[in-house]
Design a binder for this molecule. Structure first.
Ligand code: DLZ
Length: 162
């Protein structure tokens, strides 16, 4: 749960390094497109603000959050990127579909990162309802796309260093 201590959307306490010369893939799900579009804008703006060149950001659209896994795999297998950022929004419905998608996506993205030894960032909202998603896609709890981008920058630096 987001709190004043955990909400990374306030980055004033973080010294985010410049990321000029790094290349990022952003894989974004088309389900709940108004939410994922806001996450995407937040992520792109944050990468640009930290020195990433526009041509070093590749956006790959996939149908739903489940496809973020193969989208991330496709992005990382060509070795051109320092990190992949996965953005999606899964909203709880009446069935257990939500649980299956969320756990598969979290495990899948983690496994892709380990497979290619590159940071694979989990920027997927998993909410009870649409309002909770709106609140985290540029609303009162910040923009989790921003946070995913900052995480990617930090992890890309760590990955190059070691
Ligand atoms: C099918 C489905 C449902 C019910 N809900 C969502 C959702 O809330 N968010 C999301 O990103 N995708 C959803 N999907 C689509 C699945 O992620 C996936 O695209 C399909 O099951 C096809 O593999």
């Amino acid at each position: 749960m987001s709190s004043s201590l955990k909400n990374l959307s306030d980055f004033s306490h973080l010294n985010v390094q410049n990321a000029a010369g790094f290349r990022f893939a952003i894989v974004v799900a088309q389900w709940n497109a108004s939410i994922t579009g806001a996450l995407l804008s937040g992520a792109v703006d944050k990468l640009l603000a930290h020195g990433v060149a526009e041509q070093d950001i590749e956006v790959i659209q996939v149908p739903g959050s489940f496809e973020l896994i193969s989208g991330a795999d496709i992005a990382l297998r060509n070795k051109a990127f320092d990190a992949v950022i996965c953005l999606g929004c899964v909203i709880q419905g009446e069935t257990r579909h939500f649980d299956f998608i969320c756990s598969a996506v979290a495990d899948g993205i983690a496994n892709v990162g380990l497979k290619y030894n590159k940071p694979a960032i989990f920027g997927v909202l998993t909410t009870d309802n649409e309002q909770q998603a709106i609140d985290r896609a540029g609303g009162k709890h910040g923009n989790k796309g921003d946070e995913a981008a900052v995480t990617a920058i930090q992890m890309a630096h760590i990955s190059r260093r070691y």
